[in-house]
Ligand binder design. Structure first.
Ligand code: ADP
Ligand code: TRP
Length: 331
């Protein structure tokens, strides 16, 4: 059974893209692997959230992950700051992380550009903290998107450096989790190929969106002036709507609008109305679960506590061994 670790930034709500591109796979992953999923609240301090925002964001992620089907009994679901062992391993790894390699990191250079007023040491050492998150559980696999591949490469560097330095085969080399061919890409409502919160928030439909908001967003989705010639390629906006229909509507519905498009009789407004209702049918059970979980502070507390205990058992063992290897010996 492989050990899998993934960290989730506590930055707002899950959209349909996140669900199909990540959460759905996490839910399957927890069946076959020993999974550690944590909410990366230490990491989020690099942007200085207020205490109220920090707590609210962590709660949102916890609630949404549970609503999507992460099972705190099967996986270890925890909050990063509940695992102080990570902070200690981060300190130790920083002793062997070189300023030059950290400065060359793409995400650091990007931050220098986008937040020049707040280039803190936490940003510079973001990759060592991420490496600590991963190797504290001696992970084998990490489900990461393209933007995190360089961080994972640095994790391998730090893990191997430790092994070499102490001449011991201690940390496994973590590799990217292979999602396989079945990852679905959800297109945006703005005509972009990918629904994305960071690129354009209005292109995204969130699992927590109310039916009214979903209707509004879908009705505003980008289209074109209609099928002048149905044999010509469709505009990206319209193509996206058809893709969304194929995911969220019944096959007969999708076929009905395909046919209308091909005969030139389509009214995009009608198609959007139908699509909105079908998306609402899909998101409603998630939204209801989120509302129930959100109100159940007792259960959330229980989940967080159980996660912290399980994570500490795994991390405590690693750290104790690391301390011995380094030469911290009890008298
Ligand atoms: P965003 O910036 O839109 O919140 P992220 O880039 O943080 O999204 O992605 C978080 C996870 O969700 C990643 O695993 C990513 O691959 C997945 N994801 C994001 N958008 C989509 C999408 N439109 N379709 C499929 N997967 C997506
Ligand atoms: N850096 C990741 C991101 O921005 C979040 C993260 C932190 C992470 N620690 C991790 C992901 C460990 C995987 C493993 O999305």
């Amino acid at each position: 059974m492989a050990i899998v670790v993934s960290g989730i930034r506590p930055t707002g709500n899950l959209h349909l893209g996140n669900y199909f591109g990540a959460l759905q796979s996490f839910v399957k992953m927890q069946e076959e692997n020993q999974c550690f999923f944590f909410i990366a609240d230490y990491h989020s301090l690099t942007t200085h959230p207020t205490p109220a925002d920090l707590h609210g964001n962590v709660k949102t992620v916890l609630v949404e992950f549970l609503a999507c089907g992460l099972d705190p009994e099967k996986a270890t679901l925890y909050i990063q700051s509940d695992l102080p062992q990570t902070a200690e391993l981060y300190l130790l790894l920083n002793m062997n992380a070189y300023i030059g390699e950290l400065e060359r990191c793409t995400s650091f250079k990007e931050k220098i550009r986008t937040q020049p007023q707040n280039v803190n040491a936490g940003l510079l050492t973001y990759p060592t903290l991420m490496a600590a998150d991963i190797i504290i559980h001696k992970a084998h696999q990490v489900p990461v998107g393209k933007d995190q591949e360089q961080h994972l490469e640095m994790t391998r560097t730090f893990a191997n450096r430790f092994n070499r330095m102490y001449n011991i085969d201690f940390f496994p080399e973590p590799v990217a989790y292979n999602f396989g061919e079945n990852l679905v890409k959800i297109p945006g409502l703005d005509g972009n190929l990918k629904m994305s919160k960071s690129d354009n928030e209005s292109s995204a439909i969130f699992l927590a969106d109310s039916p009214e908001i979903i209707r509004k967003k879908v009705m505003k989705a980008v289209t074109d002036s209609g099928p002048a010639n149905p044999d010509q390629p469709r505009s990206q906006g319209v193509e996206n709507l058809f893709t969304l229909l194929s995911y969220f509507s019944f096959p007969e519905t999708a076929a009905f609008f395909e046919n209308q498009y091909n005969t030139g009789s389509i009214r995009y407004g009608d198609m959007k109305k139908q699509l909105a209702e079908d998306i609402i049918r899909f998101t409603t059970p998630f939204r209801e679960k989120m509302m129930a979980l959100s109100a159940d502070e007792g259960y959330l507390k229980k989940v967080a506590l159980m996660g912290a205990e399980k994570a500490q058992a795994s991390a405590g063992k690693t750290l104790q061994e690391v301390r011995e290897i380094i030469g911290f010996k009890p008298f």
